[in-house]
Design a protein around this ligand. Structure first.
Ligand SMILES: CC(C)(COP(=O)(O)OP(=O)(O)OC[C@H]1O[C@@H](n2cnc3c(N)ncnc32)[C@H](O)[C@@H]1OP(=O)(O)O)[C@@H](O)C(=O)NCCC(=O)NCCS
Length: 335
């Protein structure tokens, strides 16, 4: 079980880490006030109290070190459908890229032992729930629901109009939980992969212009598609390393691609067709991309299932890795 390693480390170490991560510094006396869970399941077991007389506590995640949060995340996901282990650096980057607010994120604990965590991304009048997990041995005791209710309450405190999340398709426990709390499916999102290598399929003839991050951000200002939280322009700007390609086809079609290029991987693809056939434009863009970057693996997340560029990407040998359901909770109705 995970306890709070903040206790095991000097205060100066903690302050240094908090400052370097721009995380809210947590003074244990003032900042780590817990809420007892008022959740119905907990009530069923006796007002959130176990046989040992311990009650479920909900504590801001900012009270914990990044090491503890990383360990908690990995242990709650040990049996996850799609393995996604994290290290401290990756979790820190995730928090920064997606504007997660650890002061409004939550750790659930019982008798000092961490049972689970969930994080809240915060952007203008909207929140995003992510990284929810409960240790396998502690599930079905109300902790997941209690943490979700905590994050929804924080979202309401902020005056958010809605809260969104994504759940892997066929993750029945999580989807049931979200449905119970009023979240409704908005759309299906695909995670696509392509192995490294030059294009193996021809595309329609095209002319291509490459651009830097500044051009990529200019193109994103023209974006018409509705992005998921992961590929909102704010996320892409936070992630950096953006490049662009613009193609013109002989039939007059033209469009652009914004993407992120890192040493081993291409990703975060945003495609837009300005005129013509989106599938043909996507084929040309993918051809140009992989001709330019033949050695990188490609992984791009959250392409809507009804995106008109999808057939073009699939024709260029992109493979569907898995699907997520995007779900939304309307917070404007006061219920
Ligand atoms: C999803 C998860 C967080 C739920 O946590 P939990 O503490 O077990 O859930 P709770 O005990 O609070 O259950 C609350 C509700 O969730 C739903 N639920 C939870 N587990 C379920 C299961 N195995 N089957 C069906 N519904 C389930 C039910 O609606 C339940 O309400 P009920 O008790 O009135 O039936 C947990 O299963 C988990 O950590 N899974 C692995 C990580 C994961 O999938 N995270 C979500 C990523 S989007």
């Amino acid at each position: 079980m995970i306890t709070d390693p903040k206790d095991e480390r000097s205060e100066s170490q903690w302050k240094r880490r908090s400052a370097s991560n721009s995380l809210a510094e947590c003074e244990p006396k003032d900042g780590c006030v817990s809420e007892a869970s008022g959740h119905a399941n907990a009530a069923r077991q006796g007002a959130g109290t176990t046989a040992r007389g311990q009650s479920l506590e909900l504590v801001p995640a900012s009270c914990y070190s990044m090491e503890a949060l990383t360990a908690a995340y990995n242990q709650t996901r040990i049996d996850y459908i799609v393995p996604m282990p994290m290290n401290v650096a990756r979790l820190e980057a995730y928090i920064q890229h997606y504007d997660c607010d650890l002061g409004r994120s939550v750790v659930a604990r019982l008798g000092g032992e961490v049972l689970g965590l969930a994080m809240l991304g915060v952007r203008s009048r909207r929140t995003w729930i992510t990284r929810l997990g409960v240790l396998p041995v502690s599930r079905r005791n109300g902790s997941g629901e209690a943490m979700m209710r905590y994050l929804i309450d924080r979202s309401r405190d902020l005056g958010a109009e809605d809260s969104i999340l994504e759940v892997i398709k066929n993750n029945v426990p999580a989807q049931q939980l979200f449905t119970k709390l009023g979240f409704r499916v908005t759309r299906e999102l695909l995670i696509l992969r392509r192995p490294p290598g030059l294009p193996v399929v021809d595309a329609p003839a095209y002319r291509v212009t490459a651009g830097d991050q500044q051009r990529a951000l200019e193109l994103l200002r023209r974006r018409r598609s509705v992005p998921s939280w992961l590929d909102e322009t704010q996320s892409l700007r936070n992630c950096g390393g953006l490049l662009s390609l613009e193609v013109s086809l002989d039939d007059g079609s033209h469009g652009w691609l914004v993407y992120q290029s890192t040493v081993f991987q291409l990703g975060r693809l945003v495609l837009q067709t300005e005129s013509g056939n989106p599938a043909r434009v996507a084929q040309a863009l993918a051809h140009a991309l992989h001709t330019r970057h033949p050695i990188q693996d490609t992984k791009t997340e959250n392409i809507p299932a009804d995106d008109p560029h999808l057939p073009g990407l699939l024709a260029m040998r992109y493979l569907e890795s898995f699907r997520r359901m995007e779900m939304r909770l309307d917070l404007t109705n006061g219920s």
